[in-house]
Ligand binder design. Structure first.
Ligand SMILES: *[C@@H]1O[C@H](CO)[C@@H](O)[C@H](O)[C@H]1NC(C)=O
Ligand SMILES: *[C@@H]1O[C@H](CO)[C@@H](O)[C@H](O)[C@H]1NC(C)=O
Ligand SMILES: *[C@@H]1O[C@H](CO)[C@@H](O)[C@H](O)[C@H]1NC(C)=O
Ligand SMILES: *[C@@H]1O[C@H](CO)[C@@H](O)[C@H](O)[C@H]1NC(C)=O
Ligand SMILES: *[C@@H]1O[C@H](CO)[C@@H](O)[C@H](O)[C@H]1NC(C)=O
Ligand SMILES: *[C@@H]1O[C@H](CO)[C@@H](O)[C@H](O)[C@H]1NC(C)=O
Ligand SMILES: *[C@@H]1O[C@H](CO)[C@@H](O)[C@H](O)[C@H]1NC(C)=O
Ligand SMILES: *[C@@H]1O[C@H](CO)[C@@H](O)[C@H](O)[C@H]1NC(C)=O
Ligand SMILES: *[C@@H]1O[C@H](CO)[C@@H](O)[C@H](O)[C@H]1NC(C)=O
Ligand SMILES: *[C@@H]1O[C@H](CO)[C@@H](O)[C@H](O)[C@H]1NC(C)=O
Ligand SMILES: *[C@@H]1O[C@H](CO)[C@@H](O)[C@H](O)[C@H]1NC(C)=O
Ligand SMILES: *[C@@H]1O[C@H](CO)[C@@H](O)[C@H](O)[C@H]1NC(C)=O
Length: 856
C-alpha cells in the first residue's frame, strides 16, 4: 500500500494537466460496474440472495487475489439508462437480449464486458468481452453452432440437416434456429435449411436402406450441397458409406457430422472414419469428448467466482506491468507510453482468457469443466496421387468449451478454404508447341511453357497446389516436330495423344494431363475432357490471285460492249453526216465531206479531238457535228479518268475467300487437308451440300507429300484447309515467304474444334477444375494467354496493306499494248502505201497503153 501511495503522490505532483481522460491503474483503483437482471432468475429468492451478497462476494475474492490495490464495485439496479463512463469493467448477469443492449453502452466506453447469460446466446466479440452462457449438459449443441457462426467458422448459406429420430424435436429445432437466426454483430446471411429425418432402425441393413432411400431422391441442384448430419456414431458410418456409394461426397459438397454419443460408446477416437473417406470429399466431424466422470456444476455463483478471480488476476498483472514501466522512466515518458483504455482492455481480456482456459483444464477444475467437444477435419484431396492409394486422414482442427466457445486451430473444411493445401501433385505432359513446351534451362533443368502451362500455373494458384511434371519419353516423329517443310502441316496435331499419357491417366498416376487434345468421341471412352481451353476454327489458304496481263491495259477502262458500241456509232455516224450534209439545200461543196468514207474519217477525227478541218455550212449538219462533239467529250473524259485508275492499281483476279468461291473454282483447283484431321469426321456428319462436295473432292495429305503440296499451293493450283492458327503460322514461317506475301486466308471460318486437357473419367476434381477454367474464360485471362502464345498478326497482312498505298510508276509493260497498236498502224500504212504504189503503177501503165490524142 505504501508504495502505491508514494507513486500516487508523485503522480499528482508531477503530472498537472497532462492527466488523461482515463487514469492509470497506479493512480486510481479499477472500477467494476455490476448489472444484475431480475428477470434472469427463476425465483426471487435467488435474485435477492445474489444481490445481497454479491458485493461482499466480489470484494472477498479481490482481496484474496490482489493484495495491493482494490476494485471499486458499483452495483446497478435494473438494466437501463446507466452511464458507464468512469468504469473499467462491466459484469452483467442478464438475459441474452439485455446483454447485447448493455454491450452497446459498454462498447462505447470501451469497457471490459464480462457477461453471464442464458443458453443459445451469440457470444460477445473476442476483443470486447467474455460471455458465458449457462448451459446444462446435453443442451450444448445449439450453442456450438452459435459460437461457430460468431467466429465465421461456418459460412453456409444453405444447409440440409439430416438426423435420425433418436433426437427430440427440441434439440433439432434449436440447432436449426442457431443456424438461421441473424447474429447481432454480423451481416445477416440467409440460411435456407431443409430437414430430413430417417428412422433409426436397429439392424445395420435397415438403417442403410432407409438412408439410401432418402439420399437417392435428393435434389442436390435445388437444395445445395452443404449437409449437416446429426447422428449417433454407428449411424454416422452408415451415412458415410451411403454417400460414398451414391457419389455424393465430392469436392464441391460439404458434410459436417455431429456425433453426440461418442463418449457413451467409448469411442472418442474417431480415426476409424478415415477409411470411409473418399478422395476429394469435404468432411468434418464435431464430437463429444466430455469426460463423463467429472461433476458438472453449472451454478451462477461458480461462474461469477471464476470470472471475478480471473479479472482480479488480470488487473493485478496489468498493475504490475505499469509499476514496472513507471519505475524506469519519467512521468512524461510514462504518460506517452502507457496503454490507453482500448489497449488495456485487450490486455485484460487476454489474461482473463488465459486464466479461464487454465481453470477449465486444471485438475481440481472449477465449474464448466464438464463439457468438452472436439472438431476434426478430413484431409482427402490429392492423397491418392502422392501415395498411390487413398490414405485420407483426420486432423484435429479445434475444440469447444462452454466458457470460451469454439477455438479453431485450423479451418473446419480445409480444402474448401485452401484447395489442395499446397501439396505437390503430379501432372503429365509432352512437348507439343505452341500448346505445351518443354525446354531446358542453362542449368539443365526442365522448364515448362506454352498456353497450357499458363493455365496450369493459374490453376495451381487458385486451387493451391504445386506440381511436378511427368513427361514420358516419346520418340515417334509424330510427336516431336520441328518446322521444316516436311513437318509443318502437322503443327496442329492435337488429334493424337501418346499412349503413355493416356496410360498415366488410366492408372491414376496423375491429377490430369496438361496436354492439348481435340475433344473427340473415341477418346471419351477411356478418359474425360475438361472444359475446352481453346476453340480452333478451320480456314483455307490460297495463293493470292495473280495480276492480270497488262498488255491490253488501254482497253481496260471500257468493257467489250462499250467498245463495240463506240465502233458502231462511228460507222453509223459517218453515213448519217454524209446524207444530212448532202441533202441540205444550203449545202455547198465542202471538200472533206464529199463522200461517205470521208465522213467516217471526219467523225473519227472528231472523236480523237482532232476536229474537222472543215465545218459543214448547213445548220442541220452543224447540229449533228456539235452533238457528236458533246458525246466525244463525255467519252474521252471517262476513258482517261478510268485509265489513270487502272494504271495506278494492280488489276488482280478475284480472290477465293469463301467455301462457295472454292467450290465454284472446283475445276481449276484442288484442295486438301492433313490425314487424320478432325475435319474429315465433321464433314461426314454435316448436312450442308457444299461441305459434301468439299469432302468428296478433298485430297488427304500424307506427311511425306508436304513439300510437293507447298509447291502446288505456291503455284495457285492447290488450296490447304487447316486450322486458322496453323495457316497463320505457315504464312509467317519462311517456307511460304519466298514469293512475298502471296497468300490469303479465307474469310470463311467453318467448324470449331474444341481443344481441352484430359483427366481421368471418374476424377472427382473435374467440376472444380472446370469451374476455374470457366472463370479464366470469363475474366478474359484465357484470351490474353492465347494472344500471347498464338500470335494473330502476320507479316503478310501488314505488308499487303502497305502495298496498296505504295506509289506506282507506269512502266513499259503497262504501255506495251498501245505501242503494239502503233506498230500495227505503221505496218498497216506501209502495206497500204505499197498497195497504193501498185495501183498507181497499174494505172500509169494502163494510160500508156491508151493512145492519147494529142491536143496542142
Ligand atoms: C483503492 O482502494 C483502497 C481500499 O479501498 C483505498 O485505500 C485506496 O485509497 C484506493 N485508491 C485510490 C487511488 O482510490
Ligand atoms: C456429451 O457427453 C456428455 C457426457 O457423456 C453428456 O452428458 C452430454 O449430454 C453429451 N452431449 C450431447 C449433446 O449429447
Ligand atoms: C466403456 O469403457 C468402460 C471402461 O473403460 C466400460 O466399463 C464400459 O462398459 C464401456 N462402455 C461401452 C458402451 O463399451
Ligand atoms: C486412435 O486409434 C488408432 C488405432 O485405431 C491409434 O493408432 C491412434 O493412436 C488413436 N488415437 C488416439 C488419439 O488415441
Ligand atoms: C458448485 O459451485 C458453487 C460455487 O462455487 C459451490 O458453492 C457448490 O458447492 C458447488 N457444488 C458442488 C456440488 O460442487
Ligand atoms: C486455442 O487452442 C490453442 C491450442 O489448443 C491454445 O494455444 C489457445 O490458447 C486457444 N485459444 C483460445 C482463445 O482458447
Ligand atoms: C495453401 O495451403 C496452405 C496449407 O494449408 C495454406 O497455408 C495457404 O494459406 C493456402 N493458400 C491459399 C492461397 O489458400
Ligand atoms: C524409341 O525408339 C527406340 C529405338 O529407336 C525404341 O527402342 C523405343 O521403344 C522407342 N520408345 C518409344 C517410347 O516409342
Ligand atoms: C528437324 O527436321 C529435320 C528433317 O526432318 C531433321 O533432320 C532434324 O533433326 C530435326 N531437328 C530436330 C531438332 O528435331
Ligand atoms: C492416313 O493415315 C493412316 C495411318 O495413320 C493410313 O493408314 C492411311 O492410309 C492414310 N490415309 C491417306 C489417304 O493417306
Ligand atoms: C499416304 O501414305 C500411305 C502409306 O504411308 C499410302 O498408303 C497412301 O497411299 C498415301 N496417300 C496418298 C494420298 O498418297
Ligand atoms: C465427364 O465430365 C462431365 C462433367 O464434367 C460429366 O458430366 C461426364 O459424365 C463425364 N464423363 C464421363 C465419361 O465420366
Amino acid at each position: 500500500m505504501n508504495m502505491i501511495s508514494v507513486f500516487f503522490l508523485a503522480w499528482i505532483l508531477n503530472s498537472g494537466d497532462a492527466f488523461s481522460d482515463f487514469p492509470s491503474l497506479i493512480s486510481t483503483n479499477a472500477s467494476l460496474a455490476v448489472v444484475i437482471d431480475k428477470s434472469f432468475f427463476d425465483n426471487k429468492a435467488d435474485y435477492r440472495d445474489i444481490v445481497k451478497n454479491i458485493y461482499s462476494f466480489i470484494t472477498a475474492i479481490t482481496r484474496e487475489k490482489i493484495h495491493m490495490a482494490d476494485i471499486d464495485v458499483h452495483i446497478f439496479e435494473g438494466t437501463k439508462g446507466h452511464n458507464f463512463r468512469d468504469f473499467t469493467v462491466l459484469l452483467s448477469v442478464t438475459s441474452c437480449y439485455q446483454m447485447w443492449s448493455l454491450h452497446d453502452a459498454a462498447r462505447k466506453e470501451e469497457l471490459v464486458h464480462l457477461a453471464i447469460t442464458d443458453e443459445d446466446c451469440p457470444r460477445l466479440p473476442d476483443s470486447e468481452g467474455v460471455s458465458i452462457p449457462l448451459i446444462l449438459p446435453g443442451k450444448e449443441l445449439s450453442q456450438i453452432f452459435f459460437d461457430m457462426r460468431s467466429i465465421d467458422a461456418l459460412l453456409w448459406n444453405n444447409v440440409n440437416i439430416l438426423h435420425d429420430d433418436t433426437f427430440d424435436r427440441d434439440t433439432i429445432g434449436r440447432v436449426t434456429k442457431a443456424l438461421s437466426t441473424s447474429l447481432p454483430n454480423k451481416k445477416f446471411n440467409l440460411v435456407s435449411r431443409t430437414l430430413f429425418t430417417f428412422k433409426h432402425a436397429n439392424s445395420e441393413r435397415n438403417r442403410r436402406y432407409d438412408i439410401k432411400n432418402m439420399l437417392e431422391s435428393f435434389h442436390v441442384e435445388q437444395l445445395g450441397k452443404c449437409f449437416l448430419v446429426i447422428v449417433t456414431i454407428d449411424t454416422a458410418a452408415d451415412v458415410m458409406e451411403v454417400a460414398k456409394s451414391l457419389n455424393m461426397a465430392l469436392p464441391d459438397s460439404q458434410w459436417l457430422y455431429i456425433i453426440t454419443d461418442s463418449v457413451v460408446r467409448n469411442s472418442t477416437n474417431i480415426t476409424s472414419f478415415a477409411d470411409l473417406l473418399t478422395e476429394g470429399s469435404n468432411v468434418a466431424f464435431i464430437y463429444n469428448v466430455t469426460d463423463s466422470d467429472t461433476y458438472c456444476n453449472v451454478s451462477l455463483k461458480c461462474y461469477i467466482q471464476e470470472l471475478v478471480s480471473a479479472l482480479a488476476n488480470a488487473l493485478k498483472m496489468s498493475l504490475m506491468t505499469e509499476i514496472e514501466l513507471y519505475s524506469h522512466m519519467t512521468d512524461e515518458e510514462f504518460e506517452l507510453i502507457r496503454l490507453n483504455k482500448q489497449e488495456r482492455r485487450q490486455e485484460i481480456l487476454k489474461s482473463i482468457k488465459i486464466q479461464l482456459i487454465e481453470d477449465t483444464f486444471s485438475t481440481n477444475g472449477v465449474c464448466g469443466k464438464c463439457l468438452f467437444w472436439r472438431f476434426a477435419s478430413a484431409i482427402t484431396w490429392g492423397n491418392f496421387f502422392i501415395h498411390g492409394k487413398n490414405v485420407a486422414h483426420l486432423i484435429e482442427s479445434g475444440t469447444w468449451i462452454p466458457v470460451l466457445g469454439a477455438n479453431f486451430t485450423d479451418v473446419l473444411f480445409p480444402h474448401v478454404m485452401h484447395g489442395f493445401r499446397g501439396i505437390n501433385v503430379p501432372i503429365a505432359t509432352y512437348h507439343n508447341p505452341p500448346w505445351q513446351t518443354i525446354s531446358l534451362t542453362n542449368s539443365g533443368e526442365k522448364e515448362y511453357g506454352g498456353l497450357l502451362f499458363d493455365v496450369v500455373r493459374y490453376l495451381g494458384k487458385k486451387l493451391n497446389f504445386t506440381y511436378n511434371v511427368l513427361s514420358p519419353a516419346i520418340n515417334r516423329t509424330k510427336f516431336t516436330r520441328n518446322a521444316t517443310v516436311a513437318n509443318v502441316v502437322l503443327t496442329s496435331t492435337t488429334r493424337e495423344m501418346p499412349s503413355q499419357i493416356i496410360d498415366m491417366i488410366l492408372e491414376k498416376k496423375v491429377l490430369f494431363a496438361a496436354c492439348a487434345y481435340t475433344v473427340n468421341d473415341h477418346g471419351r471412352k477411356q478418359i474425360n475432357f475438361t472444359l475446352p481451353i481453346f476453340m480452333q476454327t478451320y480456314s483455307f489458304l490460297t495463293a493470292k490471285p495473280g495480276q492480270l496481263s497488262r498488255a491490253l491495259l488501254f482497253t481496260a477502262p471500257f468493257t467489250k460492249e462499250t467498245w463495240a458500241c463506240l465502233a458502231a456509232s462511228i460507222i453509223i455516224m459517218g453515213p448519217v453526216l454524209y446524207l444530212i450534209h448532202k441533202y441540205s439545200p444550203s449545202s455547198t461543196k465542202t471538200s472533206g465531206l464529199n463522200s461517205c468514207w470521208q465522213c467516217v474519217w471526219y467523225i473519227y477525227g472528231a472523236l480523237l479531238q482532232q476536229g474537222g478541218m472543215y465545218l459543214p455550212h448547213s445548220d442541220s449538219a452543224r447540229l449533228l457535228v456539235g452533238v457528236w462533239w458533246l458525246v466525244v467529250m463525255v467519252l474521252v473524259a471517262t476513258y482517261s479518268g478510268s485509265l489513270v485508275a487502272f494504271l495506278t492499281f494492280p488489276n488482280t483476279d478475284t480472290a477465293i475467300l469463301t467455301v462457295d468461291d472454292l467450290i465454284a473454282h472446283k475445276n481449276k483447283l484442288t484442295w486438301g487437308f492433313p490425314n487424320g484431321s478432325f475435319l474429315e469426321e465433321y464433314l461426314k456428319n454435316v448436312e450442308e451440300e457444299k461441305y459434301h462436295i468439299l469432302l468428296e473432292r478433298a485430297i488427304i495429305h500424307n506427311a511425306t507429300q508436304e513439300a510437293d503440296m507447298v509447291e502446288q499451293i505456291k503455284m495457285g493450283k492447290h488450296v490447304l484447309i487447316d486450322w486458322r492458327s496453323t495457316l497463320r503460322f505457315l504464312m509467317r514461317s519462311d517456307l511460304l515467304l519466298t514469293k512475298g506475301c502471296a497468300f490469303s486466308l479465307s474469310t470463311d471460318e467453318f467448324m470449331d474444334e474444341p481443344i481441352a486437357m484430359i483427366i481421368a473419367k471418374d476424377s472427382p476434381y473435374i467440376k472444380i477444375i472446370n469451374a476455374e477454367l470457366h472463370r479464366m474464360h470469363e475474366s478474359g485471362l484465357m484470351n490474353k494467354w492465347i494472344a500471347e502464345q498464338i500470335p494473330v498478326k502476320d507479316k503478310c497482312s501488314d505488308s499487303f496493306a502497305n502495298q496498296v498505298v505504295e506509289e506506282r510508276k507506269v512502266n513499259v509493260t503497262d504501255m506495251q499494248g498501245i505501242f503494239f497498236v502503233l506498230f500495227m498502224g505503221v505496218t498497216g500504212s506501209i502495206f497500204l502505201l505499197c498497195c497504193e504504189f501498185c495501183c498507181h503503177k497499174r494505172q500509169v501503165s494502163k494510160q500508156r497503153k491508151l493512145i492519147q490524142p494529142f491536143i496542142p
